[in-house]
Design a protein around this ligand. Structure first.
Ligand SMILES: Nc1ncnc2c1ncn2[C@@H]1O[C@H](COP(=O)(O)OP(=O)(O)OP(=O)(O)O)[C@@H](O)[C@H]1O
Ligand SMILES: [Mg+2]
Length: 256
């Protein structure tokens, strides 16, 4: 079973927490993780419909989420939490709760207030600026920037994909995910390492999972190489159908 962990996205409303977290979630699912996204909007609708926006209400709301995340993570789930979570001391409390049981990675989605107001994906800045809603983070409620997060992503200038890759690199660096292909039962001397781009590796893993015909990416790559090399040799020729099948597989993996 994979080891669980918690990715905690914090940042101004509209900075891109949900957008990036959803995309990271998908990538983690593709490499075999069980994942859950605890998103601010969803938790306020379901688990905590009566949560308000005062300092204390925000705190209690987030502490509950931290406990849920902790329970999931200790059972092997990669948990993604996307909450404005504006207060430094509350984030420290959250970290303490989770770190007792699972790794905690704080990710600051950094985006200027001007850009968040320009994006205003839910129209909430507009409402807050016209006084229709109160206690809005960034305007009449503070956002305290993280001082020492595990990762800062610049969601104003860098694209979603670039930032998703940064998150995955951080997880790899922290030994929480691994992209290397697994052992094929050969002795060390018989093996060489082939490097694939992360994107290609993930596609190959997905193919392995869906096809059911191979036990891991190594096996698939070896099979494909054998097929291609056999095609080149004079002793063995693939039939037209076999050739089509190989090409189809190579195409689905992005080789062709
Ligand atoms: N580089 C980027 N990274 C993330 N989002 C971006 C980027 N460029 C543009 N956007 C857009 O900015 C908006 C970010 O909205 P999103 O709901 O993800 O923010 P949020 O931080 O979850 O906000 P909230 O706290 O209100 O839930 C989306 O409409 C997204 O398409
Ligand atoms: Mg959101």
């Amino acid at each position: 079973m994979n080891k669980g962990f918690v990715l905690w996205f914090t940042g101004l409303p509209g900075s891109g927490k949900t957008t990036v977290a959803k995309s990271v979630k998908e990538r983690l699912s593709n490499i075999g993780f069980r994942t859950e996204l605890l998103d601010g909007d969803w938790v306020r609708k379901t688990i905590n419909p009566d949560a308000g926006f005062t300092r204390d209400e925000r705190r209690r709301h987030l502490i509950r989420v931290a406990w849920i995340a902790r329970l999931l993570a200790r059972n092997g789930v990669a948990v993604l939490c996307s909450f404005v979570s504006p207060y430094r001391d509350v984030r420290a409390e959250i970290r303490k709760i989770i770190e007792e049981d699972a790794p905690f990675i704080e990710i600051y989605t950094k985006c200027s207030l001007e850009e968040c107001i320009r994006r205003d994906p839910k129209g909430l800045y507009k409402k807050a600026l016209s006084g229709e809603i109160k206690n809005f983070t960034g305007l009449d409620d503070p956002y305290e920037e993280p001082e020492n997060p595990e990762l800062v992503i610049d969601t104003e200038h860098d694209g979603v994909e670039e930032n998703v890759n940064k998150v995955l690199e951080k997880l790899e660096e922290a030994n929480l995910i691994r992209f290397e292909s697994s052992d094929m039962g050969m002795s060390g001397e018989d093996k060489v390492t082939i490097h694939l781009s992360r994107e290609l590796y993930e596609k190959a893993e997905k193919f392995v999972k869906e096809s059911g015909g191979f036990s891991n990416v190594d096996e698939l790559v070896e099979f494909l190489l054998n097929e291609v090399l056999a095609e080149e040799s004079s002793e063995y020729k693939l039939s037209k159908e076999e050739e089509e099948e190989v090409k189809k597989r190579l195409r689905s993996l992005g080789y062709l």
